[in-house]
Design a protein around this ligand. Structure first.
Ligand code: ADP
Length: 529
């Protein structure tokens, strides 16, 4: 990297103003940018909306040569490049969606130094042909976006990212900056190790998004709950609603539209044209709701998304944080709202049990899910729980549901014993397994046809649960499954005991449970607030 005077860090402020039109740096942007301009390596952990892009874009403009940006978001490269061109920057991309002609134009521009930024998909960078191309040009820096994709223990592992460890050997003089918006302490360490960034400077911003209010409500007719929530608090606002399946995406979008909330669906099964149209309408129009699978949102920069709603449970806290993080990038008050119930726990456990891969992989998925469930079932500040997951300490926030209406915790040991002994008696006395609904009917002492046919009214546990209501039992069972004290058989959703259940039945283990706040009370207080 010889020739010319060394790049001047003071240039950064000038570029910020003249190219991007901003007066001041945000957070640690200045330190990061000056460090990279000076040729240093950096690992940047910064939440969504924190302003990661400028951290490599400005050094790429100030340092001589072309900034090479590695990104897994192939579908968004065109948009990113268009957005940069609109700012007057020169940018191009290389990925598998291009024909040879298009590729050659970009390659020539790179070699001639006629672009500032070159976006590359990781599978491109792996190719020796691409590496030879890079050798023949001048590279100002490598930016590795979505760097958590290199972590095998993370939630979004991409094998092609592992190859990025060799960048430093091949181009030792080119500074590298890796960036991510989600990293637990373990993932952070793994990124540093796999990308050989142990000696880089690490910039870790607070992951707190104070303008986002986190709320998780017991699921009880989710579409209606969603509609009530939007009407009461976000009428006319732009929002994202996440659902697990394409079918529920379609149904929910139709339901909202039919009830006066303009909504469009987005999932991988839609025709490309329709999908692109719905995405651009969401970006362009005011107050549109997009109902989507998790295929939607990565890299979408719409500052005024006022709410993100989950009708199904995310698989991990990282996923939840990333998805909810798409709300309120402009810093204005926004809501992360989720409806969560027993069926979610059952469904996610089932998906894991039937997922391909080895035992270690399933164990990892279960750990991710357990952390997510703990966040759902907590009686403490949700924000503090979320930040603790990312290794950051925080006091009670005063702006999440558990702070605003603190749920009680109660000793659910006896209730748990009732449920577990019902399951035990069915399993061992009758050699039968049933789902949650039937177990609850037995505990409540109901004479349903299924109970009468099976003679379940003669079970010792029949009617022992009259002290609680149907929905209370449902909450108990949900938490037992969440705590691993009941397990779900994937084919028929029936409940069975786990090794840990025996400790509860023998009275050796206490079962603390959360009492869900009453729905009616919550709605009233929300109206009077
Ligand atoms: P991230 O990639 O971390 O999610 P972005 O780089 O997309 O965040 O930045 C989020 C938004 O903040 C963008 O609209 C960006 O233009 C804006 N932004 C970034 N840095 C600054 C700054 N220093 N001053 C004002 N706005 C900024």
């Amino acid at each position: 990297a010889a020739g010319g005077p060394p790049p001047d860090p003071a240039e950064a402020a000038r570029v910020l103003r003249s190219v991007f039109g901003y007066d001041t740096f945000r957070g640690e942007q200045r330190e990061i940018i000056e460090h990279v301009i000076g040729g240093g390596d950096a690992l940047v952990l910064m939440p969504t909306g924190g302003g990661k892009s400028l951290c490599y874009q400005i050094p790429a403009l100030v340092r001589p040569g072309v900034g090479v940006v590695v990104s897994p978001l192939i579908a968004l490269m065109q948009d990113q490049v268009d957005a940069l061109r609109a700012l007057g920057l020169r940018a191009g991309f290389l990925n598998s969606t291009q024909g040879p002609d298009e590729r050659h134009i970009v390659e020539d521009a790179f070699l001639a130094g006629e672009i500032d930024l070159l976006y590359l998909a990781p599978e491109r960078l792996k190719l020796e042909a691409t590496r030879r191309l890079l050798d023949r040009g001048r590279i100002s820096l490598f930016a590795i976006d979505e760097a958590h994709c290199v972590a095998q223990w993370g939630h979004d592992f991409r094998p092609d990212y592992l190859e990025l460890s060799t960048l430093h050997e091949r181009w030792p003089d080119v500074p590298r900056i890796a960036l991510t918006a989600t990293a637990t302490p373990a993932t952070h360490a793994e990124i540093a190790q796999r990308l050989k960034l142990e000696d880089a400077r690490h910039f870790v911003a607070s992951f707190d998004r104070p303008n986002i209010q986190y709320r998780i409500v017991p699921k009880d007719g989710p579409q209606r709950q969603l509609l009530d929530f939007i009407r009461a608090e976000h009428a006319g606002d732009a929002g994202i609603v996440y659902c697990l399946s394409r079918a529920s995406v379609e149904k929910t979008a139709e339901f909202l539209s039919a009830n006066g909330v303009p909504a469009v669906p987005y999932h991988a099964g839609l025709d490309n044209r329709v999908r692109a149209e719905n995405q651009s309408r969401f970006l362009r129009e005011d107050g549109l709701v997009v109902v989507a699978t998790i295929a939607f949102g990565m890299g979408i920069d719409k500052p005024d998304v006022r709410f993100v709603a989950h009708l199904d449970l995310p698989k991990s806290v990282e996923g939840y944080y990333q998805e909810t993080g798409r709300a309120g990038r402009d810093g204005l008050p926004s809501t992360a709202w989720m409806a969560y119930g027993l069926a979610d726990v059952v469904q996610q456990r089932k998906l894991i049990q039937t997922s391909p891969g080895d035992e270690a992989h399933r164990r990892r998925l279960n750990q991710h899910l357990d952390a997510m469930l703990a966040l759902c079932e907590t009686v403490e500040c949700r924000r503090a729980g979320l930040l603790a997951y990312f290794g950051q300490e925080a006091g009670e926030c005063g702006n999440c549901d558990t702070c605003l209406t603190p749920p009680e915790s109660w000793d659910g040991t006896v209730a748990a014993q009732k449920v577990l002994s019902a399951v035990y008696r069915l399993q061992h006395e009758r050699r039968q397994r049933f789902g949650a609904g039937h177990i609850i009917d037995i505990l409540l002492g109901k004479h349903t046809p299924k109970i009468d046919e099976n003679g379940h009214d003669s079970l010792k546990v029949f009617g022992v649960g009259a002290d609680l209501r149907d929905r209370d039992w449902s909450a108990v069972i949900r938490q037992l499954v969440a705590q691993g004290l009941l397990d779900v058989e994937p084919a028929y959703n029936t409940l069975g005991l786990t090794p840990a259940s025996a400790e509860v039945l023998r009275g050796e283990r206490k079962v603390p449970l959360r009492r869900d706040p009453e729905r009616a009370a919550r709605t009233r207080s929300a109206r009077t607030a």
